[in-house]
Design a protein around this ligand. Structure first.
Ligand code: SDX
Length: 403
């Protein structure tokens, strides 16, 4: 095909859509959701209010927010049969493997979201029925994301599942389901509940990262949103992406102490190790989320006590940001460098950290999926081309003539 050229490796300089949702300036270290600076949202908003903003494009009125919250929270239950599905996993299955499967499983319950049963106009029409159907799937996926995650966690603990409680906040009901100890009037620590809500808000969207691209690539075939979200979850699972918060803690444990930082950085420069939590495809000065998370960590440590890895993390951070090797490559701490220390201090198991990235990120995935479904000129399946560089035409060779 004429005029084709291969995009830079990893889509380095390729834009595949136009979007009104999230703006990033990688050189200035700026992140805005629908034009609102992330710093202001982290200070004044909540994860669910920000979810409304990302999905529908405006800050909700008080009434709109209460309605949205009510819809999402009323969908936090999963069908009782889901317990058999979760129990089919070994106790030591990685929770991201469980969560990825659970999103696809969830879709099998909702025939009104099943494209093969409902035909092609399922979500792309802009009539009231389709918009209502689309919203219901969005409420369900956001509402059930915490419950599915909590059920994956309980498998690891070998403990009974906990029905989502009424009357708690989005992160409050999540913490309740995770660590329900049967206390009658359970109240999660307000500091930890707020800290997790800020972390969720900061992880809600990040324009066209690898997992969001996967959701749109998958959704462009008009498959149901549950399957598209499951695909995004699989992409986020990787250590170069959402798995980095888990990799950072494993890295800090292996470094062991501030004294070992120079030797570790030397190994990174010899490309024997990776400095997880540093570097970003877009941010080339700083990831604005990392500053807010660093501050949130100090709040959390006031309640949980300092994490013994903090000293090593600070020594590694302070050494790397001044080191020529990283400065030259414009490598700065990203969203994952400090977040793992908070999750550890809050008592989450290490391999659960990517799940704490996936749960809030379903909001951004859904916002981009909805934007794609409702685009004026309709949905076009994402089918890139290639430049063929393989063998030219050749004839079949029978066995006795092969070398
Ligand atoms: C997230 O896209 C998003 O927005 C993602 C995210 C989101 O919110 O969705 O922000 C969340 O995924 C944050 C990133 C989490 N990943 C990690 O922390 C893993 C460690 N980081 C690297 O693997 C890397 O920085 C990436 C994957 C994040 C970015 O890779 P790029 O853009 O492809 O950059 P690159 O690999 O081309 O690196 C450029 C140079 C190379 O050196 P040279 O070969 O040119 O000499 O920098 C080096 C790389 O070797 N490099 C690193 C490094 N990251 C890049 N060297 C050591 N340690 C690192 N972490």
């Amino acid at each position: 095909p004429k005029g084709l050229r291969v995009s830079d490796k990893g889509f380095l300089n390729t834009a595949v859509i136009q979007s009104q949702i999230t703006y990033i300036d990688g050189d200035a270290g700026v992140l805005r959701y629908r034009g609102y600076p992330i710093e202001q949202l982290a200070q004044h908003s909540t994860h669910l209010e920000t979810a409304y903003l990302l999905i529908y494009g405006t800050l909700p009125s008080e009434k709109q927010l209460r309605l949205f919250e009510g819809e999402v929270m009323s969908h936090s239950f999963v069908h009782a049969d889901a317990e058999h599905f979760f129990r089919s996993f070994r106790y030591d299955a990685h929770p991201m493997a469980i969560l990825t499967s659970a999103f696809a499983y969830l879709g099998s319950y909702y025939s009104e979201a099943n494209p093969s049963l409902q035909g092609q106009k399922l979500f792309t029409a802009r009539d009231k029925a389709s918009l209502g159907n689309m919203d219901r799937q969005i409420f369900r996926i956001i509402g059930k994301a915490t419950t599915l995650a909590a059920m994956a966690y309980r498998i690891r603990q070998g403990r009974e599942f906990v029905t989502p409680p009424a009357g708690l906040s989005y992160t409050g009901q999540f913490l309740y389901q995770m660590d329900h100890l049967g206390q009658k009037d359970y109240k999660p620590s307000p500091v930890l509940e707020k800290a997790l809500d800020v972390l969720f808000l900061l992880h809600a969207d990040h324009e066209l990262n690898a997992s969001c691209t996967t959701v749109l690539q998958t959704g462009s075939s008009l498959v149901d949103p549950y399957s598209a979200i499951a695909a995004g979850c699989a992409s986020l699972y990787g250590p170069l992406h959402g798995g980095a918060n888990e990799a950072v803690i494993r890295m800090l444990i292996s470094v062991g102490s501030p004294e070992n930082v120079p030797a570790f950085l030397a190994a990174v420069k010899r490309r024997e190790k990776v400095l997880s939590g540093f570097g970003h495809r877009v941010y080339k000065t700083s990831d604005p989320r990392s500053f807010i998370i660093r501050k949130t960590a100090d709040e959390v440590f006031k309640v949980t006590g300092k994490d013994e890895l903090l000293e090593t993390a600070m020594a590694l951070h302070d050494a790397a940001i001044k080191d020529e090797y990283f400065v030259k490559r414009r490598l700065a701490p990203n969203v994952d460098f400090w977040s793992g220390l908070i999750y550890r201090a809050m008592g989450f198991p290490l391999d659960f950290f990517p799940v704490l990235f996936a749960v809030p990120r379903v909001v951004g995935w859904l916002a981009h999926w909805r934007q794609m479904m409702l685009q004026e000129d309709g949905v076009k399946i994402w089918r890139p081309r290639q430049i063929y560089v393989g063998s030219s035409k050749r004839d079949y060779v029978p066995f006795d003539q092969r070398p």
